[in-house]
Design a protein around this ligand. Structure first.
Ligand SMILES: [Zn+2]
Ligand SMILES: [Zn+2]
Length: 227
């Protein structure tokens, strides 16, 4: 008997490798991102060099790696992971990110991270959900890449309003001083992982903290980047 978990999450066909979560057909059908700036991840003519926006105002990180735009079916899987208590989707999404990173690493130079950090959830939200989706993504990635995962390195030191309905400027103000870094990360090659990057204000707020610590390099990894 096939259990539900040995079927593809998208087309429900039986899987040869249950741990992949998605069949090779659906994997090929996933939307590919358009050519993007390696730094901010927004559509750009050249995928090798930072775009004009990044040259004018350099983001506080070196690279942004993502699987696809925030569109179906990935957006649906992320919503299930976050809001419908489907933590079992995390390894599948983490694997898509790993495949993307390996692909980019072949094309362009990318540091192998020494350490993965995750954006901490607000206590109440974490308690209600029962888990932090980013932690579930980070743990298998750290295992596959042979690097460290430090779930406690970043801490939220004050509650913030939900970001969804705020403008970019309001988001920035909302997050100012909301996080603290509890570890010494000087000289380390670090990845900051979040499930979705929208305006990048959360990533930027934490990245500034990490840069102030003197990290050697910083990559932002996410499953989806809204384009
Ligand atoms: Zn499938
Ligand atoms: Zn850019």
């Amino acid at each position: 008997m096939l259990t539900i978990r040995s079927r593809c999450w998208l087309c429900r066909q039986p899987l040869r490798l249950a741990q992949h979560g998605i069949c090779s057909y659906c994997l090929r059908q996933l939307p590919m991102p358009p050519p993007c700036c390696p730094c901010c991840g927004l559509p750009a003519g050249d995928t090798r060099y930072p775009c004009g926006r990044c040259l004018q105002k350099t983001p506080p990180w070196q690279r942004l790696v993502f699987v696809a735009d925030y569109v179906s079916p990935l957006s649906r899987l992320i919503k299930q992971l976050k809001f419908q208590r489907r933590p079992e989707l995390a390894p599948l999404l983490a694997r898509l990110l790993l495949l993307r990173w390996l692909h980019l690493r072949r094309e362009q130079y990318l540091n192998r991270p020494e350490m993965i950090l995750t954006v901490p959830l607000q206590k109440m939200r974490r308690w209600r959900r029962g888990y932090n989706q980013s932690e579930l993504l980070a743990a298998p990635l750290a295992r596959w890449l042979g690097c460290e995962y430090r779930p406690q390195a970043l801490r939220r030191i004050r509650a913030t309003a939900a970001q969804q309905r705020l403008t970019a400027r309001q988001r920035k103000r909302n997050l100012r001083g909301a996080f603290r870094c509890e570890d010494n990360l000087a000289g380390r090659h670090v990845v900051l992982l979040d499930d979705v990057v929208t305006t990048g204000s959360t990533a930027a707020e934490i990245a500034a903290l990490l840069q102030a610590q003197g990290v050697a390099s910083l990559q932002i990894w996410c499953i989806c980047r809204t384009l």
